[in-house]
Design a protein around this ligand. Structure first.
Ligand SMILES: CC(C)(COP(=O)(O)OP(=O)(O)OC[C@H]1O[C@@H](n2cnc3c(N)ncnc32)[C@H](O)[C@@H]1OP(=O)(O)O)[C@@H](O)C(=O)NCCC(=O)NCCS
Length: 189
């Protein structure tokens, strides 16, 4: 996984021009390469400000697979939120599990977070199941949390604590990283 670069726009367009992939989001599906280009630009300044750290997931054999990232940082409480989307060809593979192990390593080990949360739409059973399958506990429902189009939608709230992560197999996964995280994200470590 690495930060998305301008040259990744065509790949992101191909992955997220599928309405099934973006069905639960307030954006998409992409219809023009300018949309992923604008997203990639936004990622760069959100990284500089310590607001959001999105990474392109790359499958060694098949190339770009989707995006996973950390956002909603609260440095005082050492918590943030993880969100992921994958091109439909990568659903049901090991990509979600492996990328979640890597993002947990990034959040807990490299950035010093104590809690990583996540959301799912209660009707998005696949996403709900996928989060539970990688060790996130469903903690409840946040009512009218998400403004989507003209409607407010409820979300399931999930959490994984540093202690949960340590006790899980995920923390045992061998993961290596190059370089250091952008300094704006190191406030809690
Ligand atoms: C969410 C996402 C990243 C999960 O990755 P994935 O590869 O599809 O997830 P997995 O296949 O590992 O896990 C899905 C689980 O849901 C189950 N599942 C699939 N469809 C289901 C359904 N309709 N009802 C209930 N469970 C379902 C699968 O059996 C699997 O459970 P298991 O691990 O116990 O077998 C991927 O589906 C995606 O990108 N979806 C579109 C974007 C999105 O919704 N992102 C999440 C926003 S909160």
């Amino acid at each position: 996984m690495r930060p998305p670069q301008p040259g990744d726009a065509d790949a992101l367009l191909a992955l997220a021009s599928d309405a099934e992939v973006t069905r639960w989001f307030s954006w998409g599906p992409y219809t023009d390469v300018e949309q992923p280009r604008a997203y990639i630009e936004r990622c760069a300044w959100q990284r500089e400000r310590g607001e959001q750290l999105d990474l392109l997931i790359i499958d060694r054999e098949r190339g770009p697979a989707g995006i996973t990232g950390l956002s909603e940082f609260n440095y005082r409480d050492r918590r943030c939120i993880v969100g992921t989307w994958l091109g439909a060809d990568f659903w049901g593979t090991q990509v979600n599990r492996e990328s979640k192990a890597m993002i947990a390593y990034l959040g807990f080990e490299l950035l010093g977070m104590n809690r990583i949360g996540s959301y799912s739409n209660p009707e998005n059973e696949r996403s709900t199941r996928a989060l539970e399958a990688v060790g996130y506990s469903r903690e409840g429902v946040l009512r009218q949390w998400h403004h989507h189009g003209e409607r407010y939608l409820d979300v399931n709230i999930f959490g994984m604590l540093r202690d949960d992560w340590r006790a899980s197999g995920q923390a045992e996964t061998e993961i290596s990283s190059d370089g250091t995280p952008p300094s704006a994200f190191l406030q809690a470590s």
